[in-house]
Design a protein around this ligand. Structure first.
Ligand code: SAJ
Length: 445
């Protein structure tokens, strides 16, 4: 649906004349990787949009036209489309549509931590206007909207969901760093407590999204879609990680095998082994379904096993390091290790659940000293340059496939008398390193 339309033209889908945008007053609660792109999109599409966040620092950054996290596209949009943003939840009183995009992490014991979502709902509820639509985009397991969100909104508003206000779930599908798929063109799914809530949700999302917006039969169905998407990915990553562990012993390059299997034009979706699966989605979402299953008397054995396999990969990476050092008469104890990459995936600055954290802890537990460097995470405590990290190191572990690391050659390490590289993301030119005097270990190759 375009932003402008001819006042005289009557909307006619067959002729492709867009129907006039029904401009809503929209509030996006939570201005992170999910909420900020969505707020900018809604504003760009002509809705009266307000961004809300609890962080004064984040609001100051956004109202100053600076993205609070690294994202070139977001930075450009912020510069072009200033976004009204505030920490004042009372301003929600004007909002017809309130979209909640707060994190849904897990506790140390992997149990879902719904506190950010609960507190957001508690802040929203007293400011809910009659007939407002509340959309939860945060990833949750089936049942959270019915048993957590709605009771919290009702308790703190004194109103009744489905009667006085509407509740829907439209799970986020943001893919940080993806240059092709973005918040505007990614297909969406939406479920709602009531049919009028679903209708309004579809109207809003179809006014900003160019992809399909698929209606689901219930809140639970919509919640299940996102969990299934990410659990599917976690299981497939575990599959190739187990192959990697096996093929290392068989002397087979698992990456070559996976790439060859992917030449089959149907019924195969390639995933690749690595030092671990990080991020705020893949290593988190399966636990939501595992726990919900347990609460309802079902044990997700496959999902639990996949999590266990993926959680071993950082430790396996350290074992490869230990073996490589041993071959050269060294041990991790007393060694200085350069760890390249802190972000959970390439060319972004997000470190959440990054396998790097586990690798660092494991090396230090074994008496090694780690100097970490990430060009997207130039914080105090980390090497500010690659050279600083490599200087004096006994070995290198690559934990993120940043563009800058993929181009590294044996000479880049030999210059620092480094003779061991553990390629945790299989992102280096393996043959070049095997042809050198260095000890090269990849994951599964
Ligand atoms: N990873 C592997 N092997 C793979 C793919 C990923 O080890 O074959 C690792 C990555 O290195 C990273 C972690 O898994 O540490 C997660 O990677 P990811 O590519 O899945 O990136 P995310 O966490 O940003 O996942 C998002 C998800 N999108 C949403 O939740 C909306 C996920 O559903 C997408 O499938 C994924 O992006 C994507 O396809 O890029």
């Amino acid at each position: 649906m375009s932003q402008t339309h001819s006042d005289t033209a009557t909307p006619d889908v067959e002729l492709g004349i867009p129907s006039p945008l029904q401009a809503f007053s929209v509030a996006i609660v939570g201005l992170g990787y999910v909420g900020l792109p969505l707020a900018l999109l809604a504003a760009r599409k002509g809705h009266r949009t307000l961004g809300i966040d609890v962080s004064e620092k984040k609001i100051a950054s956004i109202t100053g036209g600076v993205s609070p996290f690294y994202d070139e596209a977001i930075q450009k949009q912020l510069a072009e489309t200033p976004l009204e943003a505030s920490t004042d939840f009372t301003r929600l009183k004007d909002a017809e549509v309130i979209v909640v995009c707060v994190p849904t992490p897990v506790h140390e014991n992997h149990l879902p931590d719904l506190e950010p979502l609960r507190s957001a709902c508690a802040y929203i509820a007293p400011n809910l206007r009659k007939q407002a639509l509340v959309v939860i985009e945060s990833t949750v397991n089936p049942g959270v909207c019915d048993t957590g969100v709605i009771p919290t909104l009702e308790q703190h508003s004194g109103m009744q969901a489905g009667e006085d206000f509407m509740v829907s779930h439209c799970p986020e599908r943001v893919n940080p760093g993806d240059e092709r798929w973005n918040v505007e063109n990614i297909n969406r799914v939406a479920g709602s407590l009531t049919s009028d809530g679903l209708e309004k949700t579809l109207l809003f999302y179809r006014s900003i999204v160019t992809g399909e917006v698929r209606p689901m039969g219930s809140l639970k169905e919509a919640e299940a879609v996102k969990i299934v998407e990410n659990t599917f990915r976690d299981v497939n990553i575990a599959f190739v990680n187990e192959l990697a562990l096996s093929f290392e012993k068989l002397g087979i390059d698992v990456v070559n095998v996976i790439e060859a299997a992917a030449t089959k034009p149907f019924a195969f979706m390639p995933h690749f082994p690595s030092c671990g699966a990080g991020g705020h989605c893949i290593p988190v979402d399966p636990y939501y379904l595992i726990e919900e299953g347990r609460r309802n008397g079902f044990e997700h054995e496959l999902l639990s096993l996949a999590r266990r396999i993926n959680n071993t990969m950082p430790h396996h990476t350290v074992r490869l390091l230990e073996e490589a050092l041993f071959v050269r008469g060294k041990t991790i104890d007393g060694a200085r290790i350069a760890l390249l990459g802190l972000a959970y995936k390439s060319d972004i600055d997000d470190m959440r659940e990054s396998p790097s954290h586990t690798i660092i802890a494991e090396i230090e537990r074994r008496g090694g000293a780690v100097v970490a460097h990430d060009p997207y995470v130039l914080r105090e405590g980390y090497a500010q340059s690659l050279e600083e990290a490599l200087s004096g190191a006994d070995a290198v572990v690559i934990a993120t496939a940043h563009r800058a690391f993929r181009a590294l050659t044996p000479e880049d390490f030999a210059r620092h008398n480094i003779s061991i590289v553990i390629d945790g993301k299989n992102c280096l030119d393996k043959q070049q390193f095997l042809a050198s005097t260095m000890t090269y270990r990849g994951i599964g190759r």
